[in-house]
Design a protein around this ligand. Structure first.
Ligand SMILES: Cc1cc2nc3c(=O)[nH]c(=O)nc-3n(C[C@H](O)[C@H](O)[C@H](O)COP(=O)(O)O)c2cc1C
Length: 403
C-alpha cells in the first residue's frame, strides 16, 4: 500500500481531512496540551480499537440510484438538525485555544448542530448561553457535594440549556499515566514541559499571554478557598466526583429537569433499556473516547442491538473514534440517530479556532454526503443495515455479530 503523505503546513484551510487538522494541531500545541487532547486510559487499547472497529464494517453499495442531492438532515431528541453531528463536551478547551468554548459553540451554531458545554469548561455556562439561546446542551458531572450539583442544574435551567447530558462514566476517574508524567508536582508542569510550552510561541501568545492558565468557573466557587485557583482545582476534581451515582440519580434528574435529558456513558443493552424506562430522551453510547476504562468495547459493537431494542423509544447518539464521514454513515446505518464528535472538533479548534472547527464540520459533512452518493443512498433517513457488512476476518473483537 502506498504511504500517504499528510499536509505539512500550518494553514488549516488546506487540511483535506480530520487527520490533516490533527497534524496541524500536533505542531501548534505543546506536548502537555496535545496529550491531554488525544491520549487515552492506560495502554490505550480502547483508544486504538475505537478507530479499528470501523475497518471491520464495510459498505455494500447499491448502484443506479439517483443521488443528485444527498440530504443529511437529522432528527433526534424531537428536533431537526442540519446534520447528524453534535459537538460533545470536553473540559479545559481553552488550553487548545483561548476562548475555545466560544469558538466551538459559534461553529456549531453556524452549522445548525448542538454544542455541549462541559461542567469543567473554561467558560461560565451563563456567559455562553447568552449568545446562543436555546441551542446549547449542558453536560453534567454529579459531585459528592449535592449543593454543587444542584447549582449547576439550576443555573443550566435558568440559562435555557436545551438538554442536560449526564455523564455516568466518571464515577471513577480514568488513569492517564501520560498525564501524570508531565508534572513535577500536582498542578505543576515539569521544567522540560515548561520549556516546551515556551517553544510553541503561537500557542503561548494565544493561550497563556492574554489569560494565563484558564479558569474552571462553573464549579470552583464551591471549592475550599485554598483550592480555587485552576492548578489546585484540577488536582482535586477527580476526588470530588460522586461514586454513588446510580439509577435513582437518573430518576431524580428526570423528575426535576423538564427539557431533554440524555445519559452519556451507556455501553450495554441492559443500561440502554433502563434509560428508556426512566423516560430519558436520549443516550450517548460512549466509552469516553477511550480515556477511562481501557480494553472496554467500542460503542459500535453494541449499537445494532441497542437500536433494535430501544431505537423507537429514545434517540441513540454514539461517540468515540469518529474521524470520517464514512464512520458517521456506518453508525446511522446501524441505527444511531446522531453522532457526537470530540477530538475531531478539537483538532479543528487547535488548528484554527472557530474557523478551524467550522472547517472540521464542513469536511465531515462533505464526506457524509459523498459517501451517501457512493453507496447509492439519497438521504440519511434511508440508510439501514443492508448497506453494511461486518467482517469476521478482522483481527480484534472481530465480528459485530449478526447485523
Ligand atoms: C480533551 C477531552 C476532554 C473531555 N472532557 C469531557 C468532559 O469534561 N465531560 C465528558 O462527558 N466527556 C468528556 N470527554 C469525552 C467526549 O465528550 C467524548 O465522549 C469523546 O471525546 C468521544 O471520542 P472522540 O474524541 O474519539 O470523538 C472529553 C474528551 C476529550 C478528548
Amino acid at each position: 500500500m502506498a504511504r500517504r503523505r499528510l499536509y505539512r503546513g500550518s494553514d488549516f484551510r488546506k487540511a483535506l481531512s480530520i487527520a490533516e487538522l490533527r497534524e496541524i494541531a500536533k505542531r501548534r500545541l505543546p506536548a502537555f496540551s496535545l496529550e491531554f487532547l488525544e491520549s487515552g486510559g492506560e495502554d490505550e487499547v480502547t483508544l486504538g480499537w475505537n478507530r479499528d472497529v470501523f475497518k471491520s464494517l464495510r459498505f455494500v453499495p447499491k448502484t443506479l440510484v439517483n443521488t443528485s442531492s444527498c440530504n443529511i438532515d437529522a432528527v433526534h431528541c424531537s428536533t431537526k438538525f442540519a446534520s447528524p453531528l453534535i459537538i460533545g463536551p470536553s473540559g479545559h478547551n481553552n488550553i487548545m485555544r483561548s476562548d475555545g468554548d466560544r469558538h466551538l459553540a459559534s461553529a456549531a451554531a453556524a452549522a445548525g448542530i448542538p454544542y455541549t458545554l462541559a461542567t469543567l469548561s473554561n467558560t461560565r455556562l451563563e456567559d455562553l448561553a447568552e449568545h446562543y439561546p436555546g441551542k446549547l446542551w449542558m453536560q453534567l458531572y454529579v459531585f459528592k457535594d449535592r449543593a454543587l450539583t444542584d447549582d449547576i442544574i439550576n443555573r443550566a435551567d435558568d440559562a435555557g440549556y436545551d438538554a442536560l447530558v449526564f455523564t455516568t462514566d466518571a464515577n471513577v476517574f480514568g488513569w492517564r499515566e501520560w498525564d501524570r508524567r508531565r508534572f513535577r508536582a500536582p498542578g505543576k508542569l515539569s521544567y522540560g514541559n515548561m520549556l516546551d510550552a515556551f517553544m510553541h510561541p503561537r500557542w503561548f501568545w494565544d493561550v497563556m499571554i492574554p489569560n494565563g492558565v484558564p479558569p474552571i468557573p462553573n464549579v470552583t466557587h464551591f471549592f475550599p478557598e485554598d483550592a480555587r485557583d485552576t492548578k489546585s482545582a484540577i488536582t482535586i476534581i477527580p476526588s470530588l466526583f460522586a461514586p454513588t451515582i446510580d439509577w435513582t440519580t437518573v430518576e431524580d434528574l428526570r423528575a426535576r429537569w423538564k427539557r431533554k435529558l440524555i445519559i452519556k456513558g451507556i455501553l450495554s443493552v441492559e443500561d440502554a433499556c433502563k434509560a428508556a424506562d426512566a423516560g430519558c430522551d436520549g443516550i450517548v453510547l460512549s466509552n469516553h473516547g477511550g480515556r477511562h476504562l481501557d480494553t472496554c468495547i467500542s460503542p459500535m459493537e453494541i449499537l445494532p442491538e441497542v437500536a433494535e431494542r430501544v431505537g423507537n423509544r429514545l434517540s441513540i447518539i454514539v461517540d468515540s473514534g469518529f474521524r470520517r464521514g464514512s464512520d458517521v454513515v456506518k453508525a446511522i446505518a446501524l441505527g444511531a440517530h446522531a453522532v457526537m464528535i470530540g477530538r475531531a472538533a478539537l483538532y479543528g479548534l487547535a488548528a484554527g479556532g472557530q474557523e478551524g472547527v467550522a472547517h472540521a464540520l464542513r469536511l465531515l459533512n462533505d464526506e457524509i454526503k459523498r459517501v451517501l452518493g457512493m453507496i447509492g443512498c439519497p438521504s440519511l433517513s434511508q440508510l439501514d443495515k443492508s448497506f453494511i457488512r461486518s467482517s469476521a476476518s478482522f483481527e480484534g473483537p472481530a465480528s459485530l455479530g449478526d447485523l
